[in-house]
Design a protein around this ligand. Structure first.
Ligand SMILES: [Zn+2]
Length: 242
């Protein structure tokens, strides 16, 4: 939990200003110049100001083709030593295990967003434009369409073959059994350490502590090395001490 003590530039009160994420605080009131009380007044006043402009995703498939974007993406990956690409959370098709990928691809001074699937031939090409909310039109005065799903014909046949190859009752998310007792111990340890990076809620701590204690009991019977059990307990006690 990273924070520094700041002095409010308006009322002079000292307050904690937080810099790291994943905490249960009101981020709207976390400001590096104003204390939470003053920020509350600012936020309340600002809430009366209506938003005038925003970014909107629109269809860009008439400006650039899928082939052009894929070629550009490939050449970027091959030529740039550091190829930074902004990725977005993809979708996962629970019926067959197919995944979608959404990413920004710069072309000259423009930037497009392309969404494709590993197998599914559906794709979408969009770009972001500035939208004038009050006048209900694009700031550049041009007409745009909403993002639309298109079909990559070249993938169509392979996709059908791939679908046909999936066995009936296929489970893309199989439960992989962990080897006892090490697998579960590791999983719990990772869970506990991962959660320890942030300010855990008391309820989360209690649940994890209970899980850990239960697992320790089970592992005693399963013959786990006692020193490892101590280590597991240590994780919890270290956490409690902080
Ligand atoms: Zn203040």
């Amino acid at each position: 939990m990273k924070h520094t003590i700041k002095e409010c530039t308006q009322c002079g009160t000292e307050y904690s200003y937080y810099m790291s994420d994943n905490m249960d605080i009101d981020w709207n009131l976390n400001d590096d110049k104003l204390c939470p009380d003053c920020m509350r007044i600012v936020r309340k006043a600002l809430s009366k100001v209506k938003k005038k402009f925003e970014w909107r995703d629109v269809d860009a498939s008439e400006e650039i083709t899928l082939e052009e974007l894929l070629t550009k993406e490939k050449s970027r990956k091959e030529s740039d030593t550091f190829c930074f690409t902004r990725l977005y959370p993809g979708l996962f098709d629970m019926t067959n295990g197919d995944s979608s990928h959404s990413r920004d691809i710069p072309v000259g001074k423009k930037e497009y967003n392309l969404t494709t699937w590993d197998h599914n031939p559906e794709y979408m090409i969009t770009k972001s434009i500035r939208w004038d909310i009050k006048n209900k039109k694009a700031v550049d005065g041009k007409e745009y369409n909403k993002p639309k799903t298109l079909i990559d014909e070249s993938k169509q046949r392979v996709y059908q073959q791939w679908l046909d190859s999936i066995p009936k009752n296929y489970d893309p998310y199989p439960v992989i059994p962990m080897t006892e007792p090490v697998g579960l111990k590791m999983a719990l340890g990772l869970l506990y350490n991962g959660a320890g990076d942030r300010d855990m809620k008391q309820s989360e701590k209690e649940i994890l502590a209970e899980l850990l204690e239960n697992q320790i009991k089970l592992n005693v019977d399963a013959g786990l090395d006692p020193s490892e059990l101590e280590q597991m307990r240590g994780m919890r006690y270290d956490e409690d001490r902080q």
